[in-house]
Write a protein that binds this ligand. Structure first.
Ligand code: ATP
Ligand code: MG
Ligand code: MG
Length: 415
């Protein structure tokens, strides 16, 4: 009989959770998901351990914790107070004699400390700066009465354009406002509402890079190792990631190495096991600034499913949490020379993306394969409802040329 693996509880059952479940299936790792009944992850993985409800509801999180050995997240916008309580004090479960209850501790990975820090993008970058990691200049913007003056100060300090960002809860650029000139200040205040804000100096980057990093740690919370995946180039349009290129197009080897080093240093400064994304800006003079970290599998790591099949970001997440990464390390090298990931964003009609998917299904040649991933989500304009990964046996430039009709078809849906 196969050995029984511990159960991993997952907060959030969107596409990242779904792909985590897809990786866990053949490895025999049971996953219990807390999210809505018909969420993408549960569609891919049926079992009796799932909990129906919101991953923001402390009582549901405790119920999930009572059923599992480890807890992890597919989204950083979760309630960390209850995660701290579960990790440090424990969660009530029936005692073995059935007469009462006992407290069971459940390890939370990445640590609730990391999730709490990352949730606040301003605090996150203050912490990185304190640890010697290069980030863009930023300043907190006052709330209430002082807001307008505080914004004026940011404009004076950074000039135009500058970025105004919500500190918490943002994703896909939804909490960002580019302040292009004095005329934008009023509408920035109106649009951003009364949430906590910070201003960030505009970064005239040449390219955006991302490195997924695998972090291992012992049961006492001591860092064992950080292992970087190969660096990728990410393209954002309207602040949402649309394309990922492996390897990045035309950047020198030493820049790739430095990006991996910066990313590894960032993740070494955090807490807990798992994979983490480090988003970076590459400047014209070769400097690298860290934009932000995601404490979980990430869009920029989807390509690893096909390009790093021996240890995709999802398998790495599972193995790291269960402390199964071999002592000698993990091989995170790509098995193909090139790969391009295109997000499938919902178009104006629920069926807008069908043509793109059909085209993807028929795009291949001797050197090129295309893999379609649909997430089982309802299509809405601009929503990430799937992605495709193309792998190539030639250069990334050549691969881009081969899949140009696909790239154009995706751009048409967005237009
Ligand atoms: P995610 O979905 O990655 O969590 P987010 O909502 O947290 O996105 P950011 O990563 O802060 O948003 O910004 C989204 C994009 O906006 C960046 O990838 C980059 O293209 C652009 N951007 C962000 N900050 C700056 C800046 N200071 N200067 C120039 N461009 C920026
Ligand atoms: Mg973000
Ligand atoms: Mg980002």
């Amino acid at each position: 009989m196969a050995t029984k693996k511990p159960v991993i509880g997952l907060l959030g059952g969107g596409q990242l959770g779904r792909m985590l479940c897809e990786a866990a299936g053949p490895l025999g790792i049971p996953i219990a998901v807390l999210d809505a009944e018909d969420c993408p992850a549960k569609q891919a993985n049926q079992n009796s351990l799932h909990v129906t409800g919101s991953f923001k509801d402390p009582e549901k999180i405790k119920l999930l914790a009572s059923r599992v050995d480890f807890l992890t997240v597919e989204i950083e916008h979760v309630e960390t107070e209850v995660l701290e309580e579960i990790a440090t004090k424990g969660v009530e479960v029936p005692s073995p004699d059935g007469k009462g209850t006992i407290l069971k501790k459940v390890s939370v990975h990445p640590s609730w400390k990391t999730i709490r820090l990352i949730q606040d993008k301003y605090q996150q970058k203050e912490y990185f700066a304190k640890n010697g990691i290069p980030v863009a200049e930023q300043m907190a913007i006052e709330s209430g009465e002082g807001r307008a003056d505080s914004l004026d100060e940011a404009a004076w300090k950074y000039g135009f354009p500058f970025m105004l960002k919500g500190s918490k809860g943002s994703y896909d650029g939804r909490g960002n406002f580019k302040v292009s000139g004095p005329e934008d200040l009023k509408s920035a205040i109106e649009q951003m509402g009364d949430q906590p804000l910070y201003a960030e100096k505009w970064v005239p980057f040449e390219m955006e890079l991302s490195v997924m990093v695998l972090r291992t740690e012992d049961d006492d919370g001591n860092l064992k190792h950080v292992y970087p995946y190969p660096v990728v180039e990410t393209i954002h349009e309207d602040s949402i990631c649309t394309k990922v290129f492996y390897p990045p197009r035309s950047i020198p080897e030493d820049v790739k190495k430095r990006a991996q080093k910066v990313a590894s240093d960032v993740i070494a400064s955090l807490w807990g096991r798992g994979v983490f994304a480090v988003e970076m800006f590459l400047l014209a003079d070769g400097h690298i600034l860290v934009n932000e970290v995601a404490p979980r599998p990430h869009n920029s790591g989807h390509f690893t499913i096909e390009a790093v099949p021996q240890m995709s970001q999802y398998k790495a997440q599972l193995y790291s949490i269960l402390d199964l990464i071999p002592r000698k390390g993990a091989n995170l090298n790509a098995r193909v020379p090139s790969s391009i990931m295109l997000n499938i964003l919902g178009g104006a009609q629920p069926t807008s993306h069908n043509r793109f998917v059909e085209l993807a299904e028929s795009t291949y040649d001797e050197y090129t394969d295309v893999y379609v991933h649909l997430y089982g989500k309802e299509s809405k304009p601009g929503r990430k409802i799937g992605h495709i990964t193309a792998t190539g046996l030639s250069s990334v430039e050549r691969l881009a040329e081969t899949i140009t009709p696909l790239i154009n078809a995706m751009d048409e849906i967005r237009a």
